[in-house]
Write a protein of this length. Sequence first.
Lengths: 111, 116
Amino acid sequence: EDQVTQSPEALRLQEGESSSLNCSYTVSGLRGLFWYRQDPGKGPEFLFTLYSAGEEKEKERLKATLTKKESFLHITAPKPEDSATYLCAVQAETSGSRLTFGEGTQLTVNP
Amino acid sequence: NAGVTQTPKFRILKIGQSMTLQCTQDMNHNYMYWYRQDPGMGLKLIYYSVGAGITDKGEVPNGYNVSRSTTEDFPLRLELAAPSQTSVYFCASSRAIQVGYNSPLHFGNGTRLTVT
């Protein structure tokens, strides 16, 4: 069974204080790992897809990295508008298009 | 493009009542999904469809039904509402799988359902 565990559950940062969110996964053949951002009262919004260990992707203050067992979402010099819940999901080779989601990390960035 | 549109945004049901959650997408995506999100529990797949006329169960299908008569629409039916179905429901869509490319899911903004 595919499993995704995210840590920490919640993270409070001061504006400009860089940090990382973790996504550990167990999957029978990884087709892809996805990161989403979710604002309160909204649906998840796609950020990145990573396909293989060693791959990195960047978007503004966010950088996602991937190893064979986990992914990190690095947030550099965050701003209050980066406050959201960040979701990680995996797609297994045997699961077609279906995703297995982690429980998310709720990030709060204080000004 | 409106993307994925869900209606209603909010609904309160009494135990035993029935309702249909509507979902429509205008991106011509073949794949559509229904997820529920409970606090601290992540998103759980209820049902999904790979094209018109084809549906399949996800992780938590009990108490729900779906149909897919068109590419655009994928309604979710609750026949006998129970308190355990209190949740936020998200509909999503994606393109068909292509070699070397994983189409991300595009989500609607959800329906918040309370069953009392």
